[in-house]
Design a protein around this ligand. Sequence first.
Ligand SMILES: Cc1cc2nc3c(=O)[nH]c(=O)nc-3n(C[C@H](O)[C@H](O)[C@H](O)COP(=O)(O)OP(=O)(O)OC[C@H]3O[C@@H](n4cnc5c(N)ncnc54)[C@H](O)[C@@H]3O)c2cc1C
Ligand code: FES
Ligand code: FES
Length: 485
Amino acid sequence: MIQFLLNQTLKTEHALDPNLTVLNYLREHLHKSGTKEGCASGDCGACTVVVGELTTDDDGQEHLSYRSLNACLTFVASLHGKQLISVEDLKHRGELHSVQKAMVECHGSQCGFCTPGFVMSLFALQKNSTCADSAQAHEALAGNLCRCTGYRPILAAAEQACGQQRPTDQFDALKAQTIARLKAIKPAQTAELNSGDKRCLVPLTVADLADLYDAYPQARLLAGGTDLALEVTQFHRTLPVMIYVGNVADMKKIEHFDDRLEIGAATALTDCYEALSHEYPDIGELLHRFASLQIRNQGTLGGNIGNASPIGDSPPLLIALGASIVLRKGKETRTLALEDYFIDYRVTARQESEFIEKIILPKANAKQAFRAYKVSKRLDDDISAVCAAFRVQVENGAIVDARAAFGGMAAIPKRAANCEKALIGQPWTSATVERACAALAQDFTPLSDFRATKEYRLLSAQNLLRKYFIELQTPHIETRVTDYV
Ligand SMILES: Cc1cc2nc3c(=O)[nH]c(=O)nc-3n(C[C@H](O)[C@H](O)[C@H](O)COP(=O)(O)OP(=O)(O)OC[C@H]3O[C@@H](n4cnc5c(N)ncnc54)[C@H](O)[C@@H]3O)c2cc1C
Ligand code: FES
Ligand code: FES
């Protein structure tokens, strides 16, 4: 049985197909057809809904946080203990919500199809910012497609509704009540949503997750579902047993130690990248190029590693930074360098019933220069053709340490061993970099596909190393560079 608030109404579901998405639940079970299906693959944003959740800050205070998600990639079981808000909930006492009014007044709605998704993204933006600037508006809307190219009036609506002190709404008025209701339904033990032989288990602790995975080794782990749900929505497969990791509190926290960060595998990408960007500003930059806000709000770092995609964005960055992962099976844990996790195309070192519990990342070292780059066809909401990350340490003009990791160049995210060898011990000069670029050709034989040809991939990888070298010579980072050169 799972429980959640549908706006302010308590919903208790005993028997639902765990493969049911929130989109189909809203439309087909509740006959709320305001939320639309455009693509069922997380690309268009027509299905955007907002999910409210209680979060606890460092002082132990509980807060209500609202985030936009793609309902088409969210399974119903992951709503357990949360609040679901769909576009139908915005109009109050016959009055449109201020974001809806702004869309009308700015002529932001040309078709009825994408508009509910834009409205919900604007609603989430309004809830998360006191006075959003244009960059925040662009970020909030990057996962919503308007096929008739009507973005200008939609951005005007964003400015009107979110760019100034916002008026209070019914959600503000009911905030204390919502928090009290969410506390009242706060899960206290493992929940299960099932139908026939299909089930999704929702544990709350790492120990319970480990026990369940032991008991159901064939289960698929469900984190944000932004990859996994595609198996259902795009390939029409059935996932008979899932274990949802998103309610395991200990896997959703980020801990700061003197020398490292420990990031729970079920932490949303939005939260991970925010924490990481303080240590490594380049990771923050790349965040804005990672999918869309909806996907980052629901997708997790553990899922980005767990899917073992050769074109996932986080693994090359984390490998270049020397990250490791803690794998757990039952009560046993082991720590593995992230680069050793990836063995072959979608083959990993993970054993049966073993899962990624956390990711460990060394804190920034002022002597090391880290940069990350993503090459994709579109700026927003696109998967990498090539992703590269470099971390070089230079002392007295010579390279004493170098790590270069790439995505999109091989069947797995991988370090460029020959390239690194050509750098270490050499002077930090363009001649050395040229030799390292030549060595890259021995490290990789990339494939051609619809994202890029093999020639383009290799040349891009080489040019990214050149770009890294040039960037480190530029005046605005001279203070950092002079530490090493
Ligand atoms: C529209 C769209 C755009 C995207 N853009 C990008 C992009 O720009 N860059 C990018 O890198 N990716 C992108 N992705 C892919 C995806 O969003 C990310 O890989 C995301 O991090 C997956 O995380 P998740 O929590 O949603 O994983 P899920 O879908 O829940 O799981 C993915 C896989 O990992 C496994 N898994 C989950 N948690 C664990 C764990 N703790 N231990 C072991 N295995 C686990 C699952 O069983 C599953 O096999 C995109 C996806 C979509 C739909
Ligand atoms: S229907 Fe297109 S993102 Fe969900
Ligand atoms: S307004 Fe819907 S596609 Fe442009």
